[in-house]
Design a protein around this ligand. Structure first.
Ligand SMILES: O=C1O[C@H](COP(=O)(O)O)[C@@H](O)[C@H](O)[C@H]1O
Length: 249
């Protein structure tokens, strides 16, 4: 795996969330300044929601025109639209209406309300990404991603790419269905590593001593089969933003 991975430690979850929010506001505002809009890929998980809540509460939040922010997700739980397990819903709850997002620019992955199978939802998301790429006159089947936030599971999973599963080696697909996920719920939809790695800046946001093993494996560049998160690298920058208890003492 090529590309530098920089680790930045924070004293606690609140400090981590506040720093992620601050950094994200800077990146999103700069991209909007440059080309009028910006695109972020969000993650589910505990710190994903905490970072969004910090963003929504930031005194700097109005430095970004939220109506010109495009939002995508790196993975989703394939459950009912109103399920509290949905990453998309958790994000909406975390920002609690504080950001004036344009619903047409918010691209949640499909739910069981709209699709019979996770495969159908994955295919729909591929089409949605391709349509956004066309609108930007870009090749490659996806829009430009300025920033992707990612969680990291204690088992080393990233998005819904789990250890020991073949999905982590899929270089052809952009979005896949996942079944029998070791972490509930069992059915999911996930971006693949090549699509995640198309983001210019990728920031892992990770807190808690239970993630120390996974963080160490990512930093060591462990084999992908055991640590899918070790396969993540942005095209310009990859940061591992963590709480101190994730690192060796
Ligand atoms: O199930 C998921 O887990 C990971 C990590 O979540 P965390 O609560 O341990 O931080 C998350 O990144 C992913 O989006 C989510 O679907």
């Amino acid at each position: 795996m090529s590309g530098h991975l920089e680790t930045i430690a924070h004293p606690d979850k609140a400090a981590l969330a506040a720093d992620v929010a601050d950094r994200a506001l800077t990146v999103l505002a700069a991209a909007q300044e440059e080309r009028g809009e910006t695109t972020v890929v969000l993650t589910g998980g505990t710190m994903g929601a905490a970072a969004l809540a910090a963003l929504a509460a930031s005194p700097r939040r109005d430095g970004v025109d939220w109506s010109r922010v495009n939002v995508w997700w790196s993975d989703e739980r394939f459950v009912a639209e109103d399920s509290p397990e949905r990453n998309c819903r958790q994000a909406a709850d975390a920002v609690a209406g504080a950001l004036s997002l344009n619903p047409d620019r918010v691209h949640c992955m499909g739910s069981t309300d709209d699709f019979a199978t996770a495969e159908d939802a994955a295919e729909d998301y591929r089409h949605e990404l391709a349509a956004a790429a066309d609108a930007e006159h870009r090749a490659g089947g996806h829009p430009r991603f300025d920033l992707a936030l990612l969680g990291l599971g204690p088992d080393g999973h990233v998005a819904s790419l789990f250890p020991g599963r073949p999905h982590v080696h899929d270089d052809d697909a952009t979005v896949l269905a996942v079944h029998d996920s070791p972490k509930p719920p069992p059915d999911r939809v996930t971006m693949t590593l090549p699509l995640i790695n198309a983001a210019e800046q990728i920031w892992f946001v990770v807190a808690g001593a239970d993630k120390a093993g996974a963080v160490a494996a990512v930093r060591a560049g462990a084999p992908l089969d055991g640590t899918p998160g070790a396969g993540v690298r942005g095209t310009e920058e990859t940061l591992l933003l963590v709480t101190e208890d994730c690192l060796p003492r």
